[in-house]
Design a protein around this ligand. Structure first.
Ligand code: ADP
Length: 547
């Protein structure tokens, strides 16, 4: 009230009201970093100059297909140079890039394409068999464009299909400035669309704006966070359909860093060879991928590596420490979600931890970290919604606010996902300490309620993962007549390991409360993964239920 009264005396600044747009990333890279390289595994080397040239042709090619401003242009593709051209050309021409998770079951895939009303789908040739069988249930799609990917997968004879390279070479390049076509108000235009996996109910669309994308990009670029710079060689292992590959492609281009795109293979040897051969400095991936690379780290020259980003689910502390010991770089923990563009919080030690003991530093690195500039986080009582103290002990629902945090979902009623004052309710449970360090306790739906007390599946998993023979672990709840729920640990052991349930129980006994000890250890060859490569607790619960 008081502030409003004083508004009359306040002054407007006199700076230029230039819009924040993805067109700027494209034109900056074209002007300043034309010679910098983009390498796509198996598909050769290219430069920003070539990417920008193709993007200018893509712009007019989309016009010739009759794709209107605001129309959704979908990609169904792995990380490649051509996918990058779509990342630039679609939003720079005021269309909306909808990157689709290539591992979705057909039912979800069909739901989101129809929900988004995708006008065109750009699909990797090798991925045609995953999406083309749905074509009759995707009446909204007018055009299909096939991206060459080194495979010779048969292309159906259908008039709706064209080839990307043919389309590009037939198009005249747009010669003007994309950036100059944007007015100030346009910075709020939609630029990208990603659907969350929809673990409860159908998938929900998060609609990024140009402004949110640019601010997120600058946020992650900041020194002391990821701090991407011109001398970096950036490898987004995280797929370009998983929340914009965490902003790494846009960030790399903004900074003028070289980009290495891994193509379709996530095979550990392939990724490690790529890191060594291209002297990769920065890479990002979910913990299951970092786990798969861990046994081979010392067999490759990873001396160029300076920063490894891990998120999407909790990075087990033992995993990060394995990297630190083997290559001198830990995995920096980051918390995010599709709704947060996705990076909201980033970990690692700060100056105040310099003199901390080694054990304390491990504990700090295990935390998800502090919020990025412009991001606000708080925790709230799950029952009352009241804000809880930042004392490192109180556990509450994590809520987030900021200029790159979703304010609503696309075309669905999303009221229950937001508080009355507009903060996003994340569905995660966390503590926040006096220095703003956030520790994720669990997803609300994964927390185990035993005898009226809570057991954090994340903490239990970290304890079990610290056993040297454990490769993967996920703890799920099993209904129990006496305690309501009890923990069951699903574990994949290193090949040839003879470790028993008793041995694992003994190993974690000093680390957790006695009543947290899992009732059962279920040994499996590998654990099921979700479409984004995280361990799938839904699949595990399902198999436990039907076993
Ligand atoms: P999905 O729900 O399909 O996994 P997202 O990739 O958007 O979609 O996942 C966001 C969720 O992932 C968060 O709400 C949180 O539960 C989990 N998550 C993300 N980063 C971390 C992290 N560093 N530690 C623990 N959990 C994380």
């Amino acid at each position: 009230m008081r502030l409003e009264r004083f508004r009359g005396d306040a002054m407007d600044g006199l700076m230029q009201p230039r819009p924040l747009t993805i067109a700027h990333i494209l034109e900056r890279a074209e002007r300043l970093f034309a010679h910098k390289e983009i390498v796509t595994a198996g598909a050769g080397r290219s430069t920003y100059a070539e990417v920008a040239g193709n993007t200018r042709r893509l712009a007019t090619a989309l016009d010739s297909l009759g794709v209107l401003p605001g129309a959704r242009v979908a990609t169904f593709a792995s990380n490649s140079r051509r996918h990058l051209e779509l990342y630039l050309g679609v939003p720079a021409t005021k269309r909306v890039l909808h990157s689709i998770n290539i591992r979705l079951p057909a039912e979800h895939l069909e739901y989101i394409v129809n929900h988004a009303e995708d006008d065109v789908v750009f699909v990797d040739r090798g991925l045609l068999p995953r999406i083309w069988p749905s074509v009759d249930r995707l009446p909204v799609v007018r055009h299909w464009v096939v991206l060459p990917d080194g495979t010779d997968t048969p292309i159906p004879a259908d008039p709706r299909i064209s080839g990307y390279d043919e389309l590009i070479s037939a198009a005249e390049p747009f010669a003007g400035s994309f950036e100059d076509t944007f007015a100030l108000a346009d910075e709020n235009l939609a630029a990208g669309l990603c659907y969350t996996s929809g673990t409860t109910g159908p998938p929900k669309g998060v609609l990024y704006s140009h402004r949110s994308t640019i601010l997120h990009c600058l946020g992650t670029l900041a020194a002391g966070l990821i701090g991407l710079c011109e001398s970096d060689v950036v490898l987004p292992i995280v797929p370009m359909f998983h929340a914009n590959a965490w902003g790494l492609p846009y960030g790399a281009m903004m900074a003028g860093a070289a980009l290495v795109l891994p193509g379709a293979s996530a095979e550990p040897g392939h990724l490690l060879r790529l890191m060594a051969a291209e002297r990769v400095t920065v890479a990002g991936a979910v913990p299951t991928v970092w786990t798969s690379l861990a046994p081979e780290l010392r067999a490759h020259d990873l001396s160029a590596t300076r920063f490894l980003l891990g998120g999407g689910s909790a990075v087990p502390p033992a995993l990060s420490e394995t990297y630190l010991a083997a290559i001198g770089v830990p995995i920096t923990h980051s918390w995010g979600m599709t709704e947060v563009s996705p990076v909201g919080v980033i970990g690692g030690t700060r100056t105040q931890h310099r003199d901390a003991t080694a054990a304390d530093q491990v504990a700090v690195r295990a935390a998800q970290g502090q919020p990025l500039p412009l991001v606000n986080v708080r925790i709230a009582d799950v029952e009352t919604g009241e804000e809880l103290p930042r004392d490192g002990r109180a556990v509450g629902e994590l809520q987030v606010a900021g200029p790159w945090v979703a304010g609503a979902y696309f075309r669905v009623d999303s009221a229950e996902s937001f508080t009355e004052d507009g903060w996003l309710r994340t569905g995660d449970l966390a503590t926040i300490d006096a220095q703003g360090y956030l520790r994720l306790v669990d997803r609300m739906k994964d927390l185990i309620k035993s005898g009226g007390e809570w057991i954090s599946s994340v903490e239990l998993e970290a304890a079990i993962a610290s056993h040297p023979d454990v490769v993967e672990v996920a703890v799920i709840a099993r209904p129990d007549p006496r305690w309501m729920e009890r923990p069951v640990a699903c574990v994949a052991l290193r090949e040839g390991s003879a470790t028993t349930a008793d041995e694992l129980r003994r190993h974690i006994t000093p680390m957790v409360a006695k009543w947290w000890l899992p009732d059962e250890f279920v040994f499996m060859a590998t654990l099921p993964k979700t479409g984004t490569g995280k361990l799938s607790k839904i699949a595990l619960r399902e198999s436990a239920r039907t076993a």
